[in-house]
Design a protein around this ligand. Structure first.
Ligand SMILES: [Zn+2]
Length: 235
């Protein structure tokens, strides 16, 4: 079972890595096989096996020997590990894929596509921890807070994509863990931001998408939220 889940994750990861490359560039997912972006040669099936092909090819295109982007093995491996950790829960596996897609596209292009947020919203109706009303209220509250930040920072601190995504995030974590979710998102955001500034990869004024932190904070809040709340109340 463990092996099947991991392999399934690698396969889905391969699809997600192609989808997240094509979607923001307006290329259809149905548009045939992948080509090498450097030499435009179609990639043979045996060079397109998730993770394995990258290792066997030494990270280089068979035809032109130019390096293959590390995003492919990273996304494939991350999806494989994600599937392993989640286990055989189909709805959670699908929502994981949707959140991963949003994370990657926002990370690489600083946009959160509405269609994936809507797909996640539909699916979240079957996963919500609260009543439907409670969940919608949590989503509404989360997006209201981000709208306020968006207005206060004149759109620089928070994009409207984040505001829409907050409805989905709020519904998934629920009212009880809402504050923990935001706390973790801002904390991881600040942490990575400081690392980037210290590493001179980013300047104080430069834009870092906030969406990826909102995404990462969802599983963190769901897994450790109760512990964090208990710790806060005990102190
Ligand atoms: Zn090539």
């Amino acid at each position: 079972m463990v092996v099947i889940l991991f392999v399934l994750g690698l396969v889905f990861g391969s699809f997600i890595s192609a989808l997240t490359w094509r979607y923001p560039r307006g290329i259809s997912v149905k548009k045939g096989r992948s080509v090498c972006p450097k030499c435009r040669k179609q990639i043979a099936w045996y060079d397109n096996i998730p993770l394995l092909s990258y290792i066997l090819l030494g990270g280089k295109c068979r035809n032109c020997r130019k390096p293959i982007s590390w995003r492919y093995p990273v996304i494939e491996l991350a999806t494989g590990i994600g599937f392993l950790l989640i286990g055989p829960q189909i709805l959670w596996l699908i929502i994981f894929c949707i959140l991963e897609i949003i994370f990657i596209i926002d990370f690489e292009h600083q946009i959160i596509p509405d269609s994936f947020v809507f797909a996640g919203l539909f699916l979240s109706l079957f996963l919500i921890p609260d009543s439907l009303f409670g969940s919608l209220f949590a989503g509404f509250l989360a997006s209201t807070l981000l709208v306020l930040i968006h207005l206060l920072t004149k759109g620089r601190g928070m994009g409207l994509g984040d505001v829409k995504f907050a409805v989905l995030g709020g519904m998934l974590v629920g009212l009880r863990l809402l504050t923990v979710w935001f706390f973790l998102a801002f904390l991881t955001g600040a942490f990575i931001g400081i690392i980037l500034i210290l590493g001179r990869k980013a300047r104080l004024k430069s834009q870092i998408a906030f969406g990826p932190f909102l995404v990462v904070a969802i599983p963190l809040a769901l897994l450790y939220g109760e512990k964090i709340l208990a710790w806060l109340y005990l102190n």
